[in-house]
Design a protein around this ligand. Structure first.
Ligand SMILES: Cc1cc2nc3c(=O)[nH]c(=O)nc-3n(C[C@H](O)[C@H](O)[C@H](O)COP(=O)(O)O)c2cc1C
Length: 291
């Protein structure tokens, strides 16, 4: 489901009421919804009041309007009102959008009277941001990257996905000086990250995934030129692009990923993270309707 449902509140509420009746009550699980802000406080309030009457147990408010891009700072003006309406109705309220880490979420929750927060972008950069300050708080990038590499090797994670996430986790300067962009496979990336103790395992995973002899983009281009010197374009071009997105299993909603030129050029969003976020949301109150 997408943010389009924000403009068809009757349909949205019908879907939620049905989910509550047919799934929530039947299987004794909570149903939650995640929405964006509407343009005016009044409009958002009316919608939240209606949503709370459907029998949902949780509501996440992404503190951006449908028109706002994710690069625009989240706005908090309507947050207290949303929290108040939810509390009155006995519905748990989570806020989302530009939350940096656990301490920030706790502060925002207390300042605006909501029950907690949901974090996406910052968690992709540093999954340890959920660690409480009493247990050491967020870890530095080297520790995060090491833990991530251990997990990625353990599950033989797809190489392209691992490289994409490493690029989120490492500071840009480090990526440049260590040559992350040129990393061809697990073995190579372990070397450039000084993870010498993981190199042997990395070789095994590369062999399993077939990334042992992976070519760089420049090498791929040179090879393509050699086999197709006329530079004829592949008939499959359009399809190939689409397949790329499907392979990533991209699940963003229309509002979360506006289809402007600039957004299209941004780095791909791998499926693992979308799944992770959905799982995270479902952990709180499952299942969820996301808009
Ligand atoms: C990698 C990634 C995957 C996401 N997948 C979903 C999704 O499947 N459904 C959804 O409603 N929002 C999804 N979002 C949007 C987030 O839930 C969130 O609303 C948005 O990123 C704003 O929060 P943030 O500032 O903490 O990133 C995703 C965000 C990221 C970064």
């Amino acid at each position: 489901m997408g943010a389009a449902l924000l403009s068809t509140p009757d349909l949205l509420c019908n879907i939620l009421s049905s989910l509550v009746r047919e799934v929530g009550e039947k299987y004794e699980i909570g149903i939650s919804v995640k929405i964006r802000l509407l343009k005016t406080e009044e409009e958002t309030k009316t919608l939240v009041e209606r949503l709370c009457k459907t029998g949902i147990t949780g509501l996440t408010i992404h503190c951006r309007t449908r028109e706002m891009r994710k690069t625009e700072r989240a706005i908090r003006e309507q947050l207290k009102m949303v929290g108040d309406v939810c509390r009155e109705a006995g519905v748990a309220c989570l806020m989302n959008g530009d939350v940096d880490d656990r301490a920030h979420a706790e502060k925002l929750a207390s300042d605006y009277g909501v029950d907690g927060g949901m974090i996406a972008t910052a968690a992709e950069k540093n999954p340890s941001i959920f660690r409480p300050v009493s247990e050491g708080g967020p870890a530095g990038w080297k520790e995060v990257v090491r833990e991530y590499m251990i997990a990625a090797l353990d599950v033989e994670n797809r190489w392209g996905n691992t490289k994409f996430l490493l690029a989120q986790m490492m500071p840009g300067k480090e990526q440049g000086s260590r040559g992350l962009g040129q990393a061809r496979n697990y073995e190579h990336v372990c070397q450039i990250l000084d993870l010498d103790d993981l190199v042997e395992k990395a070789k095994g995973v590369d062999a399993l995934l077939g990334t042992t002899e992976r070519l760089t983009k420049a090498e791929q281009k040179a090879q393509a030129k050699a086999t197709n010197p006329q530079g004829q374009k592949s008939k499959q071009k359009g399809n190939g692009k689409r397949k790329g997105n499907e392979e990533r299993g991209h699940q963003e909603t229309a509002a979360d990923e506006p289809t402007t030129k600039r957004q299209k050029q941004e780095a791909p969003q791998p499926d693992a993270n979308a799944d992770y976020l959905t799982d995270l949301h479902q952990d709180i109150v499952a299942p969820a309707v996301v808009v």
